[in-house]
Design a protein around this ligand. Structure first.
Ligand code: 5AD
Ligand code: SF4
Length: 442
């Protein structure tokens, strides 16, 4: 005899913290579990399995995960048999400590072992896998199924060898591994046959890509050039890059490839050479500024974004002003800024921290400057013609929403518009976080 709970699909709830890499990984884990009879749910209460896909990059990440796990206790008590898993970088960094501190957790799985998730879920007792195996985890994950709209991410490399003094990525994601070019091209073609028109190549240090190609090792520019040859693939982007890996051919690709969109996220972290040195960034402010000049020479309308850390140990008012000067000199279209927070195990964590109020003041000043620049960049789009890829219907009847070439969110009144259409528009107004545009004929 079977009761309905045996036959009904089991439900998986995933909470994703942090970066795009994690969003992508969560989708792949959902697919892997889907192949084993799980459907996803938005509601943790009805889940048979709860998976926290964690991020370790910023403040008190592990403590937040422990407190989220604590909140799951009553759910698990009410639903015996519910499985709880911890994935992602906190899983990698904390490992068995999670199982020790939180006996309600059934499994801990690091980013290199996601293909083992279904077998770990099926196994009895607490499971842990945080190894860095040499095999390619992507070989084991099922073919991608559900696609959400006309855009997709494609992970081309993982890990980072840069060892910035504040960052946990080299420890949690390991050293750089690039996926073979032929596989990536095959996956990109497959995505396109299933309706994808824009692909963002992902990697922790994506422009450090050095994958096996048919005639030797390919850098990111070669991979982009080959991807641009895929019929139907209209748009390419890549993130996240390190300034030192922006080689000549990658810069040239921004001028050569119409598919490569005019938006580049290029973290600089600080504008002070003293702090950049202490951060082990291995570039100066001047080097960054010259690089921006060369990129703009290749693609004059490119919109630049960056990451900044304020309050790194030892940062003086002068150092902070250097960062503000760099921001003024570049003129960013967007940026992410963070207060420095010590990550255990990183070299910077050994150094004394600055007072919190000072960091707050600096962060607010920096964010105000960036907001001004962002608004100016959006206002400068008014009157211009750009491409927009429709991603979904808007909130108002007849409205479509998509991203511009420059990655601005754009609303267009277009009652006959369809998701997946790439249209030409003229921007008619700028709101704080989006643009309004009218569709152009043709
Ligand atoms: N403190 C504050 N911000 C950090 N980032 C990485 N590590 C830290 C840290 N310890 C920021 C960097 C990086 C972005 C993804 O997160 O700016 O580029
Ligand atoms: Fe971390 Fe990026 Fe530096 Fe690598 S390059 S160590 S991922 S901040």
């Amino acid at each position: 005899m079977t009761d309905s709970s045996d036959t009904a699909p089991k439900k998986l709830f995933i909470k994703t913290y942090g970066c795009q890499m994690n969003v992508y990984d969560s989708e792949r884990m959902a697919e892997a579990m889907g192949a084993n009879g799980y459907v996803t749910t938005e509601n943790a209460e009805e889940a048979d399995m709860v998976l926290l896909n964690t991020c370790h990059i910023r403040e008190k990440a592990a403590e937040k995960v422990y407190s989220d796990l604590g909140r799951l206790r009553p759910l698990k008590a009410a639903k015996p048999g519910m499985k709880i898993g911890v994935a992602g970088c906190v899983a990698q960094a904390e490992g068995a400590e999670i199982l020790r501190r939180m006996p309600l957790v059934d499994l801990v799985v690091g980013p290199q072992s996601y293909h083992r998730l279904p077998e770990m879920v099926a196994a009895e007792g607490q499971q842990i896998d945080t190894d860095f195996p040499l095999e390619d985890k992507f070989d084991h994950l099922p073919e991608r199924k559900a696609l959400r709209g006309p855009t997709a991410f494609l992970t081309v490399q993982e890990g980072c060898d840069k060892f910035c003094a504040f960052c946990v990525v080299p420890y949690t994601r390991g050293s750089e591994v690039s996926r073979p070019a032929a596989r990536l091209l095959a996956e990109a073609r497959d995505l396109v046959t299933r309706g994808v028109r824009e692909i963002t190549l992902l990697g922790q240090n994506v422009n450090g890509y050095h994958g096996a190609g048919e005639d030797g090792v390919w850098g990111l520019s070669r991979l982009l050039r080959e991807m641009a040859g895929i019929e139907g693939l209209e748009r390419l982007r890549y993130t996240t890059s390190h300034p030192n890996d922006m080689d000549d051919d990658l810069i040239a690709a921004h001028g050569d490839l119409p598919q490569l969109m005019p938006y580049l996220h290029l973290p600089v972290q600080s504008g002070s050479d003293r702090i950049l040195k202490a951060m082990n960034r291995k570039h100066t402010a001047e080097h960054y500024l010259r690089l921006i000049e060369r990129i703009r020479a290749a693609r004059p309308d490119i919109l630049l974004s960056s990451d900044f850390i304020v309050g790194f140990p030892g940062e003086t008012d002068r150092d902070f002003e250097d960062t503000m000067d760099l921001i003024r000199a570049v003129g960013f279209g967007a940026a992410f800024s963070f207060k420095y927070s010590a990550r255990p195990g990183t070299p910077a964590a050994e150094k004394p921290e600055l007072p919190a109020e000072l960091c707050d003041t600096r962060l607010h000043a920096l964010q105000a400057l960036i907001t001004d620049q962002q608004r100016a960049a959006q206002a400068a789009m008014v009157g211009r013609e750009v491409g927009v890829l429709y991603e979904k219907p808007g909130r108002m009847p007849g409205q479509m929403v998509g991203k511009s070439d420059h990655l601005h969110a754009v609303h267009v009144m277009d009652p006959t518009g369809k998701v997946g259409e790439l249209v030409r528009v003229r921007v008619i107004a700028a709101a704080p976080n989006s643009l309004a545009a009218e569709r152009l004929p043709g």
